[in-house]
Design a protein around this ligand. Structure first.
Ligand code: ADP
Ligand code: MG
Length: 161
């Protein structure tokens, strides 16, 4: 059983493809945290996740509204949160993560800005700029469900040549 995975993405399309494979298996209650500087590829990864999840809506950066909600044909929901503009823990506490997770999967950009309210069980991804087109992606699984998701990602990476 592994709980960490280190991967070098060579271009945005590859980041999207890995995201698609993850998106295809996401279920209500799944929490994906994406940490990394501006331009690290968080939203690009979310675009792949939403596509793999069969979203009817396109992904945009939830800059002013904190949470985007994506739909698909079966009534399920995918929540995409960007905590960049959060500047206090009380503000973060207003966000009802539990109700979102009860209804769908939740992806959070800038999760470290709301560290106090992030559940212990999650997939945590660190993205880092390496060169123009290369991004390092470090996956950390916290909890049994997330070890499963890590295996999906591992297979996606192994098949992506
Ligand atoms: P963030 O949400 O972390 O600020 P974005 O996904 O919005 O980042 O932007 C990442 C930018 O870097 C995009 O313009 C994308 O095309 C570019 N990019 C270049 N190489 C990669 C890669 N390997 N993976 C993801 N994005 C990449
Ligand atoms: Mg972004």
């Amino acid at each position: 059983m592994i709980n960490t995975l280190d991967f070098l993405s060579h271009n945005p399309e590859q980041t999207r493809r890995i995201g698609m494979r993850l998106g295809a298996v996401l279920q209500a209650g799944d929490l994906i945290c994406l940490q990394g500087d501006l331009g690290a590829g968080k939203t690009t990864f979310v675009q792949g996740i939403a596509q793999g999840w069969s979203s009817l809506d396109s992904v945009s950066s939830p800059t002013f509204i904190l949470v985007n909600i994506y739909r698909r044909n079966d009534q399920s929901r995918l929540f995409h949160m960007d905590a960049y503009r959060l500047d206090s823990t009380p503000e973060a506490e207003e966000l009802d993560l539990d109700s979102m997770l009860a209804e769908g999967a939740l992806i959070v950009e800038w999760p470290e800005r709301m560290a106090g309210i992030i559940p212990a069980e999650r997939l945590w991804v660190n993205l880092e700029h390496v060169t123009d087109e290369e991004r390092e992606m470090k996956f950390n699984a916290h909890g049994k469900r997330y070890v499963e998701l890590l295996e999906v990602i591992q297979h996606a990476i192994a098949g992506d040549h």
